[in-house]
Design a binder for this molecule. Sequence first.
Ligand SMILES: Nc1ncnc2c1ncn2[C@@H]1O[C@H](COP(=O)(O)OP(=O)(O)OP(=O)(O)O)[C@@H](O)[C@H]1O
Length: 260
Amino acid sequence: MDNFLRFSHVSFFRNGNCILDDISFSVPKAESLVILGRNGAGKTTLINLLFGYLWPTTGSVFVLNEEYGTTALKPIQTKIGIVQPAHQEQLLQKSLTVEEMILTGFYATLGLYNDPTDDDRKKAKERLSLLNLTHKAKQTYSTLSSGEKSKVLLLRALGNGKEILILDEPAAALDVTARFELNESISKIKKENPDLTRILITHRLEEIPKDFSSVLLLKEGKILSYGKKEDVLTAEHLSELYDLNLDVAVNNGQYSTSFK
Ligand SMILES: Nc1ncnc2c1ncn2[C@@H]1O[C@H](COP(=O)(O)OP(=O)(O)OP(=O)(O)O)[C@@H](O)[C@H]1O
């Protein structure tokens, strides 16, 4: 059994309500997975379990070949990066420069409390060059456009040697151009880090980058479907997921939905 990232019969209850119900799935190393589900389906809860922020009521969670509950959490958590613009926008220290924001990813902190080494500063600059943001290094993060911010959050999430990257609605506030650019950036980062395992949570089918190959549909705390993108993203499955009569189109590897 592949324990790189595995949920085994995980259920999670809160206040007597079943929020996740007997969830079992396994994501191999270097896979790129999309999680789709309506508001309240349990996506955030699932991610919190993956991070070890929440504990399953029953079942087991394996991350990086370790089972939560039998090993120290911190060494695993430091290998997982997350982009969560809606949440991070409130938490991060916005007076930091772009370069400093990247450095907070190296130290896994919200603000910059360490005195960065010259080596770390050099690495942060290299990171920025990956997405052509070198010229923004000294600009204050809060003055960036939303599209630029999302790219900086992406680079920040990569930290220093992350193995799993979680993208939680990374493009929610972006216009079409910025969304396209962010998708390109997400793919570029994967090309530079082929072993990186990516998990994308999105509400828009149109936002799924072409190089994501598997999809998990979550409905009311249960897995509705999980497997290869082309097998899961069917009109039948998506109509059931959203309780609507939907059509699915695929154009050059890009998926979209419309009402029947
Ligand atoms: N601490 C809690 N106490 C009670 N109910 C909770 C708690 N946390 C989450 N829930 C409930 O669990 C369900 C799943 O919530 P969750 O945030 O995981 O959904 P989601 O799929 O991420 O939704 P969204 O797409 O809106 O972010 C919701 O009905 C929510 O109200």
